[in-house]
Design a protein around this ligand. Structure first.
Ligand code: SF4
Length: 302
């Protein structure tokens, strides 16, 4: 999607504004999502007390030193809740990023309950000058699941935030975790119909990963039967089958941004896909789709 939009090779540069998540905030948060280990999402060049511009410069050097040159660089505020501050503070932060001469756009990761009409209006202003997208952690369409993992928002919150963002002409991505407690493959396939009703430009799925020292690690130890990835017979191959079923039902207009995750091994307590690398899983998926003659959306309900 990004290549089409920009007309060239695009490289995302992760940066970290160290913005507190309202769900984890010691002053009034609700303790955080039970799966949360925020450090799993920040590359090393983001850590510390560097300014956003310093992080961008370091990220550019990091990618260039690995031979990853691109035509366009898009800054990515991934870790934390990057709309959780006053409009004035956010405006300064986003301007710092978007004024950088090598940066062509900004993707802002956040929670559906951490945006407001005022904040979205401000983003719409920026989006008239450079590319802006908002990426919402939706995680599940089931309110029972969202409540179980202490997410602190409902699916309706996600519906509102996505609609209000798209109304202003801003691109939207949505993130879903597959395999949260008590969710089963049939339910995850069925939720695709609700996802199709959201006006999103792109989607990220990834398998549940259980991180050390999280409340979910405790739940996993006490109740492995709640996790579909704990079930006997559920394997990398079953996950690929699940993705095939979801993709066949997913609207063909939604771009796929990500389908697998691989967090650092030292942080992960349980890696349900046997630690297989995303590229190997992707090859399995592509070959399953091709051999079945399937394409994204061939079962989409028009
Ligand atoms: S919203 Fe994100 S940062 Fe906040 S507690 Fe949940 S996973 Fe962690």
């Amino acid at each position: 999607m990004m290549r089409q939009r920009f007309g060239g090779r695009v490289q995302k540069l992760s940066i970290d504004a160290a913005m507190v998540c309202p769900n984890r905030d010691a002053r009034g948060g609700r303790g955080g999502c039970t799966f949360c280990l925020n450090e799993a999402f920040s590359p090393s060049y983001c850590r510390g007390v560097k300014s956003l511009c310093e992080q961008i410069d370091e990220g550019l050097r990091f990618h260039l030193s690995r031979g990853r040159s691109a035509d366009y660089y898009v800054a990515y505020l991934q870790a934390g809740t990057n709309t959780n501050a006053s409009v004035d503070r956010l405006r300064k932060l986003y301007a710092e990023v978007l004024d950088h001469p090598r940066i062509s756009g900004l993707i802002i990761g956040t929670r559906p309950d951490a945006v407001s009409s005022e904040k979205l209006d401000m983003l719409a202003d920026f989006s008239t000058k450079k590319y802006v997208a908002v990426e919402y952690g939706v995680e599940s369409t089931s309110d029972a699941t969202l409540s179980h993992v202490n997410r602190g928002h409902s699916f309706d919150d996600a519906r509102w935030a996505i609609g209000a963002t798209r109304e202003r002409g801003i691109d939207v991505g949505a993130h879903f975790i597959l395999g949260l407690p008590n969710e089963r493959p049939e339910q995850l396939i069925e939720q695709t119909d609700k996802i199709n009703e959201l006006d999103i430009n792109y989607i990220k799925f990834h398998q549940l990963q259980i991180f050390r020292s999280t409340p979910m690690a405790e739940e996993w130890a006490l109740h492995p039967e709640r996790f579909m990835f704990g079930a006997e017979g559920f394997s990398a191959s079953s996950y690929v089958d699940l993705l095939v079923a979801i993709l066949r039902r997913l609207a063909p207009t939604i771009s796929l941004d990500r389908l697998f995750a691989l967090a650092p091994r030292h942080l992960t307590l349980h890696s349900p896909l046997g630690g297989l690398r995303p590229d190997i899983l992707k090859n399995m998926l592509v070959s399953r789709m091709l051999s079945g003659g399937f394409v994204q959306g061939d079962l989409y309900n028009y």
